[in-house]
Design a protein around this ligand. Structure first.
Ligand code: F0G
Length: 461
């Protein structure tokens, strides 16, 4: 019998310009890593071959976006690019009012300051570093209400970003709805491995919060990737477009913070979007203090134009198919080598389970930080720790010890090829082969906030 011919897919674009990469030797990498205190954030980008540190601000813009940059209206007030962006946010995302910010955390800062009072509780489907910190700085306390499955890398539940409504109800009972200004709901939950929330769960969340008069604020940084998984996995959505699904997701929420550096395919930018006039009015006032006038929010006109165009491209079905398809390709390669990864594969990267990869290294000796360093040493591939270092310390100074101790291999959008994915998987497999000889590390410098960005380490002997 003749085997049926496999039907491959390919990227819905071709390459017009390339950026040359610098290759390094093992000796150069060893020296660079020592100088960086074994923290991949402290490497210079020129010392990196394939950069999987983040998918944030690292996308390749399209020819249309670059053309849009030339249409930048750099007026201090009332730039036409702001009005274009406002129209796109209304049309594609469905939110009424827009406040541009320099990036996602700018929006988080403003929103947290407006909605959170001292002693408030903010339930959410797993923390994100900057989001939780802004909630805490505003006097609130974050409570994790993601389903338990999300904390188990092996569990293949298709919607590991779901909210556990029982956990939410318990919090409401314990503290009272008045103490809960909003539920912080993220699509494509970053720290869980880019795991989606289902539409069904969102509808239920909306029903519960409506009953208690609690807002749902959406971290929509990777909403289109979440929509892709709903299209692939949830009954009734196979014939809906990503664009339709994104709009429906947003319709169950009251507002959103956005880091446009991810889904929206730009190198800088973000916004706060909100349906409530009163919150908008206050945010419009506050943005002037922290970001810039409300019609630019810390961005150049050209940045807003590129963002407006990028949002349109991000909800294109072919784009999203290729985007997530590339991530899945890398995940499958890794699994063929027996490398333990978070399953199912999420939207923006592969998350390697460092606890399983390096079971002999206890969490206080930073297995994920160690693994990220070893992968860099092997091939110059730069990844990021998402474990005990990223989790930081509680208000009382104790370390958070998260269940997930992961290394994130984050894939920038439209940047690397399938051949790069092969190189990445093979390099990780080489480290996996010699894993028993790898020792942990100790932290020798720790900054007060978001320590993972600047902490320094030493190898244990
Ligand atoms: N929310 C999520 C889910 C994010 O992933 C990020 C950034 C932010 C908010 C903050 O946005 O960086 O524009 O201020 N994540 C990056 C990452 C840094 O690498 O995952 P920002």
């Amino acid at each position: 019998m003749i085997k049926p011919i496999k039907k491959s897919w390919a990227e819905p674009y071709k390459i017009k310009m390339v950026e040359l990469l610098k290759m390094t030797t093992a000796r150069q990498r060893k020296k660079a890593l020592e100088e960086a205190g074994y923290n991949t954030f402290l490497l210079r980008s020129e010392e990196v071959y394939i950069d999987l540190l983040t998918d944030s601000g690292t996308s390749a813009m399209s020819d249309h976006q670059w053309a849009g940059m030339m249409l930048g209206d750099e007026a201090y007030a009332g730039s036409r690019n702001f009005y274009h962006l406002e129209e796109v946010v209304k049309d594609i995302y469905g939110y009424k009012y827009l406040i541009p910010t320099h990036q996602g955390r700018g929006a988080e800062n403003i929103l947290s300051k407006i909605l959170i009072k001292k002693g408030d509780i903010i339930p959410g489907n797993m923390y994100f570093t900057t989001t939780r910190l802004h909630q805490e700085l505003a006097g609130g306390k974050f409570e994790d209400i993601i389903i338990d499955e999300a904390h188990d890398p092996e569990n293949e539940f298709p919607f590991k970003g779901n909210v556990d409504l029982n956990k939410l109800e318990k919090l409401i009972k314990k503290y009272g709805a008045k103490k809960i200004p909003y539920v912080s709901m993220a699509t494509s939950v970053n720290m869980a491995g880019g795991q989606p929330i289902s539409m069904k769960n969102l509808k239920e969340l909306r029903a519960v919060t409506k009953k208690h008069g609690i807002r749902v604020i959406h971290d929509m940084t990777r909403v289109a990737e979440n929509a892709h998984f709903i299209q692939q996995r949830e009954k009734g959505y196979q014939t809906k477009s990503i664009k339709e699904i994104v709009k429906e997701i947003n319709s169950y929420t009251d507002g959103a913070t956005m880091s446009a550096k991810k889904d929206a395919l730009v190198n800088i930018g973000g916004f706060l979007a909100i349906n409530d006039w009163d919150v908008f009015e206050e945010a419009r006032n506050m943005v002037v203090v922290y970001e810039g006038l409300h019609t630019y929010g810390g961005l150049a006109g050209r940045d807003m134009e590129a963002m407006a165009i990028g949002i349109g491209e991000s909800v294109n079905d072919d784009h999203m198919h290729a985007r997530v398809g590339q991530v899945v390709y890398l995940g499958e390669k890794m699994m063929e080598f027996g490398i333990p990864i978070v399953k199912p594969v999420g939207g923006h990267g592969i998350f390697v389970d460092a606890k399983k990869f390096l079971p002999h290294i206890p969490q206080h000796q930073f297995p994920a930080q160690t693994l990220a360093a070893e992968v860099y040493l092997d091939s110059g591939v730069r990844t990021m720790e998402r474990g005990v270092v990223s989790a930081g310390r509680k208000a009382n100074g104790e370390n958070y010890f998260p269940k997930l101790e992961l290394v994130r291999f984050t894939i920038p959008r439209r940047v690397y090829t399938q051949a790069h994915m092969d190189v990445i998987a093979e390099s990780t497999a080489r480290v996996f082969e010699r894993r028993h000889h790898i020792k942990g590390m100790k932290m020798i410098y720790e900054p007060k906030y978001l320590r993972f960005f600047q902490a320094r380490f030493e190898k244990l002997k």
